[in-house]
Design a protein around this ligand. Structure first.
Ligand code: NI
Length: 158
């Protein structure tokens, strides 16, 4: 495994739409392993492939709960309900936080690293993370959805 550099705001790659994964090969496995290590070191709850410079529909989520790390290839939100409004940040925008409205519950259909389809449900922070990471695959970042940015005083209280 190896650490990958996380691109930050201003990088145009964060605005691009990612292409679907078609080959479930060693290269994909290596990308996923590297992303997992990168996420762990960065102490984030999710990471999308464009954040490490790869325009493919791949993301990972690990909010530190009993679900552990979830790898999502070609993910799609197939159901959502409820609302939550809360603070959200992104590893590509260090020290910036916004109030973002997200569904409280989502169901995501995706493929695993071997190409097998599965569905996974998320609630609360996990639902928020799924939405945030899948947005990245469509060139959308949390600031695009922000109701407002948090002030430095508010960020200190997080
Ligand atoms: Ni992000």
């Amino acid at each position: 495994m190896a650490l990958r550099d996380i691109v930050t705001d201003g990088d145009r790659i964060l605005t691009k739409t990612c292409r679907p994964v078609e080959k479930f090969d060693e290269k994909l496995a290596k990308l996923l392993d590297d992303m997992a290590e990168t996420l762990k070191v960065a102490e984030g709850v999710g990471l999308a492939a464009p954040q490490v410079g790869i325009l493919r529909r791949v993301c990972i989520v690990d909010i530190g709960d009993e679900n552990g790390l979830t790898e999502l290839i070609n993910p799609e939100i197939i159901d959502q309900s409820g609302h939550q409004s809360g603070a959200e940040g992104c590893l590509s925008f260090p020290n910036e936080y916004a109030v973002v409205d997200r569904p409280m519950f989502v169901t995501v259909k995706a493929q695993d690293r071997n190409g097998n389809e599965f569905t996974v449900k998320g609630e609360g922070l996990r639902a928020r993370a799924f939405c945030h990471e899948i947005d990245h695959l469509n060139g959308v970042v949390f600031k695009d959805r922000a109701e407002r940015m948090l002030s430095p005083e508010e960020i200190e209280k997080l």
